[in-house]
Design a protein around this ligand. Structure first.
Ligand code: TXA
Ligand code: MG
Length: 340
């Protein structure tokens, strides 16, 4: 398939939205930028179109898709919208990187919810994503625009590496600003449960609803069914063997200096700047967790590009945005942690 590339250098936002809407209405696939990561989208009401997403990504059919909406006004069209915290949460965080899981209505095909009776909804804030959703007025199901199991795509070049020739349109929106996928929040019971941590943190959610929010670990099961089916799969994996290093800067530096020269280190500026003549990726300053989050998937993909066989990654404090960062790093490292 010849993939059409659209970008704001050559087209107006209106032209991009109009072209993408036609493709979506005709059952095609559109890769578009969002503030979190790029998404590969189809009309969520068209199960044949949605099934193409699973094929192109190589995604297991029991892993449900997030449905993207132009605004919270559309929630009640596709889901039961009577949860007492729903309005508070969408007022505070939509459009933005918060996905909310609700009981689904019948018009949402169970093929896109992995057979679940719930649907995950999110309204992205990225202007290109918003323009497409507003122009098409369609609910757009869109997982991250990467081949299943590889790090999510946070820039146009990542999308080209994974999906060129496999979809109808790719829209170039440069680098994603957040760099980690949205927070997924289960609102199907009284107490909200974070199924996937993201840049909207537990603390921010609790502040908003003035009530406790639970953080599920990805192994948690309810009646033996994983609550967020996607979280059980191996994710974000670089090709090389990745390890998390837990220790002081000095310990990480001296450990890494003794490793074979093919091994690489992903860490903050203060560590990387003290290492010469080795493969490293500088994530930015340690207290700037937003920048670190933004470049994690990029760093993992760079390691693949250089065919690095062994990747060491600095550990970060497990609070605030650090929870989402560590969640992705632990998956990338398959939970292999070296305590120094
Ligand atoms: O930031 C994002 O959320 C990006 C952009 C494109 O919006 N999308 C994304 O989609 O990360 P994906 O498919 O890579 O991840 C969706 C996650 C999976 O872990 C999936 O299991 C969970 O959301 N999910 C989707 N529907 C669900 C449901 N009904 N119940 C529980 N978890 C659900
Ligand atoms: Mg994904």
């Amino acid at each position: 398939m010849k993939t059409k590339i659209l970008e704001l250098k050559t087209h107006t936002l209106e032209e991009i939205a109009a072209t993408a809407s036609v493709v979506l209405k005709n059952g095609g696939l559109v890769v578009f930028p969002t503030e979190t990561v790029y998404g590969i989208g189809a009309n969520a009401l068209d199960k044949d179109a949605a099934s193409k997403i699973y094929m192109v990504k190589g995604r297991p059919s029991d892993n449900p898709l997030i449905v993207h909406l132009s605004s919270s006004d559309q929630i009640s069209l596709y889901a039961k919208a009577d949860h007492p915290y729903l309005k508070l949460l969408t007022n505070a965080f939509w459009p933005g990187p918060l996905t909310i899981v609700l009981p689904k209505k019948d018009n949402i095909p169970s093929e896109i919810t992995g057979g679940l009776q719930t649907v995950a909804l999110r309204s992205p804030s990225h202007p290109i994503a918003q323009a497409i959703l507003q122009k098409s007025q369609l609910p757009v199901c869109a997982p991250s625009a990467n081949i299943s199991g590889t790090p999510s795509s946070t820039s146009f070049s990542h999308v080209l590496d994974d999906l060129n020739s496999a979809v109808d349109i790719i829209i170039n929106g440069g680098e994603s600003t957040v760099g980690l996928e949205s927070t997924v929040l289960d609102l199907t019971s009284d107490v909200p449960i974070i199924l996937r941590p993201g840049s909207i943190t537990k603390e921010m959610l609790e502040e908003c609803i003035q009530s406790p929010v639970l953080l599920s670990d990805s192994t948690q099961k309810v009646k033996d069914i994983p609550k967020a089916p996607g979280m059980k799969y191996k994710h974000y994996s670089p090709k090389g063997d990745a390890f998390i290093l837990k220790g002081s800067h000095e310990q990480i530096i001296s450990f890494f200096k003794q490793t074979p020269k093919e091994a690489a280190l992903i860490a903050c500026t203060n560590i990387v700047s003290k290492i010469d003549n080795r493969i490293t990726f500088d994530l930015g300053y340690e207290n700037d967790l937003e920048t670190i989050a933004k470049y994690i998937f990029h760093a993992l993909r760079e390691m693949d590009r250089m065919n690095v066989p062994t990747i060491y990654i600095q550990s970060f404090p497990n609070k605030g945005l650090g929870v989402a960062i560590m969640n992705r790093l632990k998956k990338a490292a398959n939970n292999k942690i070296i305590t120094l």
